[in-house]
Write a protein that binds this ligand. Structure first.
Ligand SMILES: NC(=O)c1ccc[n+]([C@@H]2O[C@H](COP(=O)([O-])OP(=O)(O)OC[C@H]3O[C@@H](n4cnc5c(N)ncnc54)[C@H](OP(=O)(O)O)[C@@H]3O)[C@@H](O)[C@H]2O)c1
Length: 348
């Protein structure tokens, strides 16, 4: 399976490192004789690389860490821009890990549409892009025989969508409830221990959990975007503008409230609640006191987890304490293997 990688920041780099590190394990899960090769890498400002029989990843990683750029690596062609790579490159799967932006997802969505239009499979971790363009991309993937996989766009480390696809076939999901933002969870826990909101946010930024703009975490916007992806992908709900959801972040949560909740046996969590009503799917994100018997109350640090309510399998709880580029990259890798197996027939 030949991959075109769009984005070579922390996640793109971690993805290539994982491919190098786990090459022998990967050979065991891929169909006999198949291998994963990265044939192209595109960035916005630091150049692009292309080699039809596979890029030498360790040399690419080494070159980028020494020079800070991609172009100029000997023996590898350097196309002018990533768009032409997407449009003309020879590859099976586009792995997209570019910058996620609430207000400018259109250029990346355009690139993804071009790949899907060519019948390519696409794996992405870009939550705002999936949130805004889910239905049109899904339709295009179905119509052109490609695939669109995005487990890493919602809860890195917890394969919500592939779990439902593989282990809960034909269920109807009526609700999904839980913590979708690890930074908010981490900040609330630090505040329980006496930190102020600002101190806790600074620590989350330092540890690398937080979004580039931590306000998205704290004000609940990131959770709402992810909740809407769940609503669209698992509950077939239409796109909802952020203004149409109830979104309350953790700014008004006081240390007193946290301590009181803990004393009473519960914990305050920033909870995303996605629920099918009589005529629509409603989404809310707000701080709630969760009683100790609810597993969501036990999520520690930057962990995230959800309870999915189904008609045939009851309630299923999925959680993970993973975060950071390596976890995101692993989610992309998992989806890539699935995309590859779909294209190349069942694994042996
Ligand atoms: N890092 C994490 O722990 C983490 C956690 C949660 C979610 N994520 C998500 O994962 C994705 C990647 O994160 P990251 O930390 O790797 O970001 P990053 O370090 O900012 O890297 C983004 C990469 O995308 C490239 N890029 C941006 N726009 C592009 C375009 N239009 N065409 C081609 N390339 C483009 C950038 O090019 P240049 O190199 O030229 O700037 C850069 O290589 C984001 O969607 C982010 O929200 C990351």
């Amino acid at each position: 399976m030949d991959i075109l990688l769009l984005g070579f920041g922390a996640v793109g780099r971690a993805f290539c490192e994982l491919l190098e590190e786990r090459s022998s394990s990967l050979r065991k899960v891929l169909p006999k004789g198949e291998e994963i090769r990265v044939v192209g890498i595109g960035t916005r400002t630091r150049g692009c690389l292309y080699k039809s029989n596979g890029l030498p990843l360790s040399a690419v990683l080494d070159w980028e860490s020494k020079t800070g750029k991609l172009f100029g690596l000997e023996g590898v062609s350097c196309p002018n821009d990533s768009e032409s790579l997407v449009e003309q490159g020879d590859y099976d799967l586009l792995v997209e890990c570019t910058t996620s932006s609430l207000y400018s997802s259109a250029p990346i969505a355009r690139a993804i549409k071009k790949a899907l239009d060519r019948g390519k499979a696409v794996v992405t971790c870009n939550s705002t892009m999936v949130y805004r363009h889910y239905f049109e991309l899904k339709e295009l993937a179905e119509c052109k025989g490609g695939a669109l996989l995005f487990d890493s766009a919602v809860v890195a480390g917890t394969p919500i969508f592939s779990y439902v696809r593989h282990f809960l076939p034909a269920v109807k999901v009526s609700a999904c409830y839980g913590v979708l933002n690890g930074t908010a969870n981490y900040v609330l826990e630090m505040m329980e221990d006496g930190a102020t909101l600002d101190e806790a946010v600074m620590e989350a930024v330092r540890k690398g959990f937080a979004e580039k703009d931590p306000l998205l975490d704290i004000e609940g916007t990131d959770s709402a975007i992810k909740a809407s992806i769940i609503a669209q992908a698992l509950m077939d709900a239409p796109f909802q503008a952020l203004d149409d959801m109830i979104i309350e972040g953790i700014r008004n949560v006081t240390p007193d409230m946290l301590r009181k909740a803990k004393k009473e046996g519960g914990r305050v969590k920033l909870v995303a609640n996605i629920r099918r009503g009589s005529s629509s799917v409603e989404i809310s994100v707000k701080p709630e006191i969760i009683p100790s018997e609810n597993p969501v109350s036990k999520l520690r640090g930057a962990s995230k987890g959800v309870i999915i309510t189904t008609d045939l399998a009851g309630e299923v709880y999925l959680a993970s304490d993973g975060f950071g580029p390596r976890q995101m990259a692993y989610g992309l890798l998992r989806d890539s293997i699935e995309a590859g197996s779909q294209k190349m027939g069942p694994c042996n």
